[in-house]
Every structure is written in structure tokens, then in C-alpha cells.
Design a protein around this ligand. Structure first.
Ligand code: ARG
Length: 234
């Protein structure tokens, strides 16, 4: 996975997680970049690959940030963005692109399957960023169950319902989840050594709350959008 930063002069401030999908593209969440109606300026972003702490690894510049055209700031639908790398990321044993979902994954809900989320985000709600990369495995929760939870909340901050473009994961007792700062990062499913990106960290009610799984952008729903906005064929 990659760590994306926003740069102000000489200072590099960690912003979000992301995932390499080829040597030229990183996938992340729209809300990391689009916080107002202003156009996104790609030149302020950099990202690091092969990092354990937020300061190590190899740094790359961003040539372009493509935010999903139907993403609306303050809403969580279509929370997906692609960053085009300036130049090319040099790949090796430790720096490899993730697999995108195969066509057979489209329409599968993955309910109960163990998936893994990683990031440098807060280690508890209201806490601080983790100094080192963390990972946790959690089961996928069906959209129906996830929707039952989130539709109980009357907060306008949360969407009216969990849509087909989203996937949820977490334990019913809470305890294990992504948190602030993990946004844009990967939710992956491993099948005989093949790691597929099934989700992108999007939002949740606080972090690791019992009954409220984390909500992720469902990558299999956006395969066409990804193909149309990168040079990766379907
Ligand atoms: N929106 C958050 C961020 O900007 C991610 C929150 C994920 N929360 C959760 N409970 N899974 O980092």
C-alpha cells in the first residue's frame, strides 16, 4: 500500500492511504482530495511506496488526480479516485500492484469472508496516527445488515443507505476496524496467494463501534470506471 501526503512548501503532511494498481496508477478515496467545489490541484500531492513508517520508502510525485465525477463532497457515494503517477513506480519484491477484482467477483457479496485492511490511521477514535503500518483482518458484513445499522442513524453526515457501490466489514462486537487516517487505503481478499482489492476505506461511525462495521467503496462495482480513467484495460 502507499501513503499519500499533501505538501506545503517543504513540509509533507500525511493525508490518506492508497493502493498501487499498476506502476502508473494509485487508487484511493475521493474524499481525500475533493473537500470543496474547487478543482483538485495534483501538484501538492506525493506518495510513498515500500514504507513501514510514514517517513521511509520511496517518494513519487502525482501527475493527475481523477476524482469520480459523481462524488459529492460531504456525501460518501462514489468515494473513489485515481492518481496518475508522474513517471513510473519501480516495482520489486516489496512494491507490487494489487490485483483488481476479476469479472467473477462482480455481484458477489463476500459475506463472512475474511478481509484485511491496512493503514497508518488512528489506533482508536480520537487518537493519533500510527507510527508504523498496521493491519487487521475482519469479516465482510452483508450490505443488508450494514444498511440496517447505518439507516438507524439520523445524522445527515451518513448516506441514506448502503448502496451496491459499497462493501462493509467488521465484527459485530466492534473492536477491529479502520479509523481516521486510514481512508483511501486497501481492503484486500487473499485467495491462494493472490491479493485482490475489494474495498477502499471510506467511512464509519467513529471507529470499531459494536454494530457499526466500517464502510468501504466496493471496487468490483467500479471496474469500468477504473478502466475508463486509466490505461488499464478491463
Ligand atoms: N473517513 C476516514 C478518513 O478520512 C476513514 C474512516 C474509516 N472509519 C471506520 N470506522 N472504518 O480517514
Amino acid at each position: 500500500m502507499v501513503g499519500i501526503s499533501q505538501n506545503f512548501g517543504f513540509s509533507e503532511r500525511f493525508l490518506c492511504g492508497g493502493t498501487l494498481i499498476s506502476s502508473r496508477y494509485v487508487i484511493s478515496a475521493a474524499h481525500c482530495f475533493k473537500t470543496s467545489n474547487k478543482p483538485v490541484s495534483s501538484s501538492v500531492y506525493t506518495f510513498r511506496v515500500g514504507s513501514h513508517t510514514l517517513k521511509d520508502g520511496t517518494k513519487y510525485d502525482v501527475e493527475d488526480v481523477i476524482v469520480h465525477e459523481r462524488y459529492q463532497p460531504s456525501q460518501n457515494y462514489h468515494d473513489i479516485a485515481v492518481l496518475k503517477v508522474k513517471g513510473e513506480v519501480s516495482l520489486n519484491d516489496k512494491v507490487k500492484p494489487v490485483c483488481l477484482p476479476k469479472p467473477s467477483f462482480v455481484g458477489q457479496d463476500f459475506k463472512g469472508r475474511e478481509v484485511t485492511v491496512t493503514g497508518w490511521g488512528d489506533t482508536f477514535y480520537g487518537g493519533t496516527r500510527s507510527k508504523v503500518l498496521q493491519q487487521v483482518s475482519i469479516p465482510v458484513v452483508s450490505n443488508k445488515e450494514c444498511n440496517n445499522s447505518y439507516s438507524k442513524l439520523a445524522l445527515s453526515k451518513y448516506p441514506q443507505s448502503i448502496t451496491r457501490g459499497q462493501i462493509c466489514a467488521g465484527l459485530s462486537e466492534g473492536d477491529k476496524d479502520a479509523c481516521q487516517g486510514d481512508s483511501g487505503g486497501p481492503l484486500v481478499l487473499e485467495e491462494s496467494g493472490r491479493w485482490t482489492l475489494v474495498g477502499i476505506v471510506s467511512f464509519g461511525l467513529n471507529c470499531a463501534e459494536p454494530g457499526y462495521p466500517g464502510v468501504y467503496t466496493r471496487v468490483s462495482h467500479y471496474i469500468r470506471w477504473i478502466a475508463a480513467n486509466t490505461d488499464l484495460g478491463e
